[in-house]
Design a binder for this molecule. Structure first.
Ligand SMILES: [Zn+2]
Length: 306
């Protein structure tokens, strides 16, 4: 948490997933062009990292294992030297930018990802950190397509790279096909990451903290929804319903169509076990989540003052 403390060390990461090219090219561009970002936050040291060079070279999500699922304390502390490239790389990144925990060298980590889903400029917050909340609220005002996704996680068990730092934002930009670039999204992403750096500067001057609270829509993680299947290892029995495709962050009510079976039958949303009858799905049809058996993540929408 960045309560009252200065943001002295910032890491901007791209290529944590090697085929999410916006972050890869943004970091590569900035490595060649320090003047593109260094004036934004002169009070902090800003470092750039290509998190998964092997996967970037292959233009694949990962080589042996998802790097962004390798940063739990258990993974980082395992006694034996791991065989898989990403587990070794996670330890290396943790040595350079961590170590994960209160003694970490990194105050703020901005990890730039892409998604094939219609997520817009999605800011994922894993904790109720005062800087990331305030800065993200400002960005939600400034950028038309910003959405705030709150995915509460106990930091030590969280497998994400960002949790190596005291505070982090995972920036998910979409829709963009993996392995490709999109000029409009690239430019918006660059502006967005720059604004985070400028707002870190504002925080270090003690000014961001004094801004009046901003009303924001917050989408909080509820659960993941898998594809319909007879049993765990059998093929999926339905696709995302055409009426739902592309409708990330839109309300899904009990009785709405959610899947379409291969013989043309509609499968309806039945509501939640706790009696909730409305959810807001995100990451709908994300290609990288087929292997994780996630058809979408369900969230709950609230309005809050940040
Ligand atoms: Zn990613």
């Amino acid at each position: 948490m960045l309560i009252m403390s200065l943001i002295k060390n910032i890491v901007v990461a791209g290529g944590t997933h090697g085929n999410e090219r916006t972050g890869v090219r943004l970091v590569e561009k900035w490595m060649d062009c320090p003047e593109c970002y260094s004036p934004c936050c002169p009070s902090a040291k800003v470092e750039l990292v290509l998190s998964n060079p092997e996967a970037i070279r292959l233009n694949r999500r990962y080589r042996d294992h998802d790097l962004n699922r390798a940063f739990s304390q258990v993974c980082l502390d395992a006694q034996s030297e791991p065989q898989e490239y990403e587990f070794r790389r996670a330890r290396e990144l943790n040595r350079i930018y961590g170590p994960k925990g209160t003694g970490t060298k990194t105050d703020l980590l901005l990890d730039v990802h892409n998604t094939g889903a219609n997520m817009g400029l999605c800011l994922i917050l894993s904790a109720r950190d005062p800087f990331t909340m305030k800065a993200s609220a400002v960005l939600a005002q400034e950028f038309k397509d910003v959405r705030i996704y709150y995915q509460p996680e106990e930091r030590s068990v969280s497998p994400y790279f960002g949790t190596v730092a005291k505070a982090d934002v995972c920036i998910e930009i979409g829709p963009q096909q993996h392995g490709t670039l999109d000029a409009r999204l690239f430019e918006e992403t660059e502006s967005l990451v720059r604004r985070y750096l400028e707002l870190a500067e504002e925080w270090n001057r003690g000014e961001l903290q004094k801004r009046a609270p901003i009303q924001v829509e917050v989408f909080t993680q509820l659960r993941d929804l898998g594809y319909p299947k007879a049993w765990a290892l059998s093929p999926i029995e339905a696709m995302i319903h055409p009426d739902l495709l592309g409708r990330d962050f839109c309300e899904l009510k009990k009785g709405d169509k959610v899947f379409r079976s291969f013989d043309g039958k509609d499968i309806l949303y039945e509501g939640e076990a706790d009696g909730r009858t409305s959810v807001w799905p995100i990451f709908i049809n994300e290609p990288a989540y087929y292997e994780k058996d996630i058809a979408m993540s369900l969230t709950v929408r609230t309005e809050e003052m940040w």
